[in-house]
Ligand binder design. Structure first.
Ligand SMILES: *Cc1c(COP(=O)(O)O)cnc(C)c1O
Length: 424
């Protein structure tokens, strides 16, 4: 049907508001008030006779993930750097990361003086392609930092196998996948460590925040020290009024602690995560069908995924539609129809203006190191192809009911039917 597109001043498919994110959990105000009057706003404050919210969240989240240990941290970025260092990654080492991800996937690796090796992705899951990982391994490879991107779980069976065969660490960056289940277990439990972000946009959030989960007591203890200036919790609580953290000097660290306010928010938000994940998955299933009818290919998850979560909903345009069209313009047209931000995937890290190690003097360690960090040395044809053909929506779009996702499909149909207006 010919209809003028909203981006060209036509009538939009939808003007009704969308669900907002974040949404405070029921107990949040009470928990924050408790922290305010507790005289303890950080774990690096005196013990006041009750468990810190930070420890409470660590216990709750470890139980949720099914791991023995959880160490909260200030951000996902901090968590990933802590996990890398706790796995022994440092100067001169290489870490394999996906070529399509948030910039932190690579910037955290250079942050621990190692070299990110960008590997290509699987075109259907948008996660690391195990064959590309295998091909990227060198004698200097120390770890694989896999990302479960958008709403898919990476091929953990294959990646775990590669890591084991080469004797390198597998770190799962679960910043986009809190609660996803693969072969009967939560993500974050398949490698040496799993890391999480609780930044504003994520499905579990306190505005800023993060965590490392692991079954390895030694690794957890190293993470603890690394994130609290070389201090850790004692085996037994100290007298009220004295500092709880003990200065062991086992391992030098930096302050990457999560505040008590953030931890209190997370304790409450975690209680609502499963219900929200289920709601998003129900709506995504409806949207998958509607978009498949239009010839689009929704992002797939790896075989073996029992339950996926939706941080971002991603789909590829039909093969024969909008060929040659500017993908930014296609996404802008969808945004205009919906009154909701629809954006292309991340730019591949080899072409991403946010990933520019040469802009930071701290990484100019040697000419050779600088050459190693040059992202343009990694060819990423699948990342580039996918990035030119995809659209994505933040998970807030999935928090309403089925009529919301019907609007999304209607907008996609309208843009496909009127592609001539976009110059293709
Ligand atoms: C958000 C994100 C991070 C970084 O988390 P912050 O809390 O923003 O520092 C790292 N990796 C991925 C895949 C992310 O999506």
């Amino acid at each position: 049907m010919q209809q003028k597109l909203a981006i060209n001043d036509g009538t939009p498919v939808r003007t009704a508001p969308w669900p907002l994110w974040p949404q405070p959990a029921a107990g949040t105000s009470a928990a924050l008030t408790e922290v305010l009057s507790s005289a303890r706003w950080s774990l690096s404050g005196p013990y006041r006779g009750s468990e810190s919210f930070e420890r409470r969240f660590a216990r709750d989240f470890a139980e949720y993930c099914g791991t023995a240990h959880c160490v909260p941290a200030a951000s996902g970025t901090a968590s990933l750097m802590l996990a890398l260092e706790a796995c022994g990654v440092g100067a001169g080492d290489e870490v394999i990361v996906p070529g399509l991800s948030w910039v932190a996937s690579a910037s955290t690796v250079i942050g621990v003086n190692a070299v990110p090796v960008l590997a290509d992705i699987d075109p259907d899951t948008l996660c690391l392609d195990p064959a590309a990982v295998e091909a990227a391994i060198t004698p200097r490879t120390r770890a694989i930092a896999v990302v479960h991107l958008y709403s898919a779980v990476a091929d953990l069976t294959a990646l775990r196998d590669i890591a084991d065969r080469h004797g390198i660490a597998l770190i799962e960056d679960c910043a986009q996948a809190h609660g996803a289940v693969y072969r009967g277990r939560k993500v974050g439990t398949f490698g040496a460590a799993g890391t999480f972000s609780m930044q504003h946009s994520k499905v579990l959030t306190s505005g800023e925040g993060g965590a490392v989960v692991t079954d390895d007591a030694g690794l957890a203890r190293r993470v603890e020290h690394l994130r609290a200036d070389g201090r850790c919790y004692p085996a037994a609580a100290p007298p009220v009024g004295s500092m709880e953290l003990v200065e062991t000097g086992e391992l030098m660290g930096n302050n990457r602690c999560l505040s008590e306010f953030h931890a209190a928010v997370l304790v409450e938000q975690l209680k609502e995560l499963d219900e929200q994940n289920a709601r998003r998955a129900r709506n995504a299933a409806v949207l998958d069908e509607l978009l498949a009818e239009l010839g689009c290919q929704p992002q797939r998850t790896s075989p073996g995924t029992d339950s996926r979560t939706y941080y971002v909903y991603a789909a590829r345009l039909p093969e024969d539609a909008l060929v040659g069209a500017d993908i930014a313009k296609v996404n802008a047209a969808l945004s205009a129809e919906l009154g909701f931000s629809v954006v292309p995937t991340y730019r591949p890290l080899s072409l991403n203006k946010l990933y520019d190690p040469a802009s930071r003097r701290r990484y100019a360690i040697s000419d050779e190191h600088e050459k190693q960090l040059d992202p343009s040395r990694f060819p990423l044809p699948v990342c580039e192809r996918v990035a030119q053909r995809s659209f994505t929506l933040h998970h807030a779009a999935l928090l309403g009911d089925a009529s919301d996702v019907e609007d999304i499909a209607t907008a996609v149909r309208k843009v496909l039917d009127n592609s001539a207006e976009l110059g293709s």
